[in-house]
Design a protein around this ligand. Structure first.
Ligand code: ADP
Length: 495
């Protein structure tokens, strides 16, 4: 099958979160299963044109009542065979993408012209297919920035009177995070060049605003999200971000497929960022990684104390309020009361960056690094004993899977993909591979970390068995890519 991935992010070029990892590694896995995949993303300013090949000629994109001119660049996705490379295409438009930031910059997190930037991008996708004379069976769009692609497919490219090249193309829209929907003033709608009838038919209308994700959810042939549990949760008022009604309406076409992880990048037996590689057969490297982590973060030597690691975006979704909120967050009391050490890597909301820096200066057993570092995140996964993710909601979550395969026991909230991937500790049977809690409260985080630390000091044989159990779990993309293959078939059958 021919599949075109439409995304605003893809590693190694543009990443703000798990979406970027998913798009590239799913594409690789699908290629291995015999599909023909291409990826298209915007050519952001940070992506060096010098390392890409330009396709000859300019490309006109019909938007805004006229035509916008752009260029197209391409290169192969790293890790694909030279003889049959997986081509990635970059839509280049100086005014829309020739600036720092993917969706915004720290002082302006959401660029005001984002509705036009991503409408243009989604329209350009179809022109790209024409330009390279390649018409996919499936347009697989990811999240709100790509949600206009299924809309253009249904209401322009497959509509009566269209050129018909996409008559047999079906669409799938994947929700990676329902909390981000692309809601803008409806005055922006004219730019799409679609009639106002489409504004209502396609479901853009949202309390007199324009909701790009909502339109995509009504227009795509099939929908899915990144874990089965999150698919159920998003149909409820509690976690549906006001779109639960749409998802219930479309529930026959809506499912959850767990993300995989890139087992070449995230594998303690191959990891170049840790002092010594390790596996279930030889765990010595894990102890060395713990030592290296202590040194790297400037933690004092502590013979037996466990290290709790954390790598995250600092945003309310990740439960950082309950953990770090000044005066009520539990991190201070956890570090004060328990014999453990804690390392933290992340960036995001300013108050939280400041709070973690302040905890670092006040507590000898808490060390934070503000910023983004692939290298450091690998060392934290390998060198920690526990990994904390107190998420308010978590569509899939990658770090708990990385933790499991690195023999680092996740302490996670019982939500979304965390619930699908982490089996809770049973202290009588000694089974499980992590620690789960239900309520997102500072007390529940405190208690659950306390439970894990209790097991560390009192049931070490359980901890060792849990580590090995986690390391043997298979989170590779193979299984999930097969499920996507089956879902693509369903998309085609729905035409
Ligand atoms: P989300 O996409 O909601 O941020 P995920 O767990 O799905 O959460 O994916 C986050 C990805 O980004 C993981 O690969 C994680 O290691 C990485 N990440 C987040 N913050 C940082 C950071 N400060 N440094 C390095 N990697 C980070």
């Amino acid at each position: 099958m021919k599949i075109l991935m439409v995304s605003s992010e893809a590693v190694p070029w543009a990443k703000t979160g798990g979406l970027a990892d998913t798009v590239s590694s799913l594409s690789l896995a699908l290629e291995k299963q015999g599909h023909e995949v291409k990826i298209v993303i915007p050519r952001y300013y940070s992506i060096d044109r010098g390392k890409l090949t330009q396709l000859p000629g300019a490309m006109g994109v019909p938007v805004g009542g006229g035509e916008e001119w752009s260029a197209v660049y391409t290169t192969a996705l790293p890790g694909t065979p030279k003889k049959k490379p997986l081509q990635v295409y970059f839509i280049d438009h100086e005014i829309f993408f020739g600036r720092d930031g993917i969706y915004g910059i720290p002082s302006q997190p959401d660029f005001p012209d984002n509705p036009r930037r991503f409408t243009f991008f989604c329209r350009a996708v179809f022109q790209l297919c024409r330009k390279i004379d390649w018409f996919p069976d499936i347009i697989h769009a990811h999240d709100w920035p790509a949600a206009m692609a299924p809309v253009f497919l249904k209401f322009a490219e497959r509509a009566p009177g269209s050129a018909g090249e996409f008559a047999k193309t079906a669409s799938l829209l994947t929700i990676h995070n329902l909390g981000y929907q692309g809601i803008y003033h409806k005055d922006n709608f004219w730019y799409a060049g679609l009639g106002w009838d489409v504004f209502y038919h396609a479901g853009f209308e949202d309390w007199n605003m324009m909701n790009l994700l909502k339109a995509g959810l009504y227009s795509a042939d099939k929908l899915n999200t990144v874990s089965p549990n999150y698919a159920e949760e998003t149909k409820t008022q509690a976690l549906g971000f006001r779109l639960d009604g749409v998802l219930r309406y479309r529930s026959a076409d809506y499912s959850g497929i767990l993300n995989g992880i890139d087992t070449n990048l995230w594998n303690p037996a191959k990891d170049p960022y840790i002092p010594r590689k390790y596996s279930v057969k030889d765990m010595a490297g894990k102890a060395l990684a713990k030592e290296a982590l202590r040194k790297e973060f400037g933690l004092p030597p502590a013979e037996d104390a466990p290290i709790i690691g954390m790598v995250t975006r600092l945003t309310d979704q990740k439960g950082v309020g309950e953990l770090f909120g000044p005066s009520y967050g539990s991190a201070w009391s956890i570090c004060r009361d328990m014999d453990l050490q804690m390392v933290f890597l992340g960036s995001g909301e300013h108050w939280c960056e400041n709070e973690t820096k302040s905890l670092s200066s006040r507590l000898s057993n808490f060390k934070a690094r503000i910023g983004y570092s692939e290298e450091m995140s690998h060392l934290i996964e390998a060198g920690s004993d526990f990994f904390l993710m107190p998420s308010r909601y978590e569509p899939c979550g990658l770090n708990q899977m990385y933790s499991l395969v690195y023999g680092t026991l996740p302490i996670v909230r019982n939500t979304g993909g965390l619930a699908d991937t982490v089996e809770n500790y049973d202290q009588d049977a000694g089974t499980g591979a992590g620690f789960l809690f239900d309520d997102l409260t500072p007390q529940a985080i405190y208690n659950t970390v306390g439970w894990a630390v209790w097991a560390w000091y009192n049931r070490r044989h359980h901890i060792e068995a849990m580590r090995l159990r986690g390391m043997k779990l298979d989170f590779s993309w193979e299984k999930s890519a097969k499920k996507y293959g089956a879902l693509y078939e369903e998309c085609l059958q729905s035409l």
